[in-house]
Write a new protein. Structure first.
Length: 145
């Protein structure tokens, strides 16, 4: 049985802006990672280097502009969470002039990995909220799992 992490965060920005911060490599790097290759169409690559020490790799499975993204996810060289082993699903819902982000990371192998990824995703979703709303989240200091 696998574990799933779910979270919601409200962002003071329109859906199109939040979507751009999830799909445009230059915008992604404002809140997460040091190198990004993103091809936001079904079958396109998701590749993100985190401080040049860890690389997340996956493939987009669903892209509905300004509303929904889904892509496989995992870490290169990581035995427990290898590339393609998980599924990220992100739904963007218009709410009170901003965007409600519903985030799900499924397919995690156990509670330890779910807790580790929860810590990381909560860190990055807060940074996304600041960047997409026009702020500067500052230098990234990833949480230690």
């Amino acid at each position: 049985m696998t574990e799933t992490f779910r979270s919601e965060i409200e962002i003071a920005a329109p859906q199109a802006t939040v979507f751009a911060f999830l799909t445009d490599p230059d915008k992604i790097l404002r809140w997460m990672g040091t190198k990004a290759t993103v091809e936001p169409y079904p079958g396109g690559i998701y590749l993100l280097s985190m401080n040049d020490t860890h690389t997340a790799r996956g493939q987009f499975t669903e892209v509905i502009p300004v509303h929904r993204l889904a892509y496989s996810f995992g870490w290169e060289g990581h035995e427990n969470v290898p590339p393609g082993s998980g599924l990220i699903e992100i739904d963007l819902v218009e709410k009170d002039g901003g965007t409600l982000v519903r985030f799900t990371h499924g397919g995690l192998p156990d509670e330890k990995e779910r807790a580790s990824h929860e810590k990381g995703w909560n860190h990055y979703l807060r940074r996304l909220a600041v960047a997409a709303a026009g702020g500067d989240p500052g230098p990234d200091t990833p949480p230690v799992a």
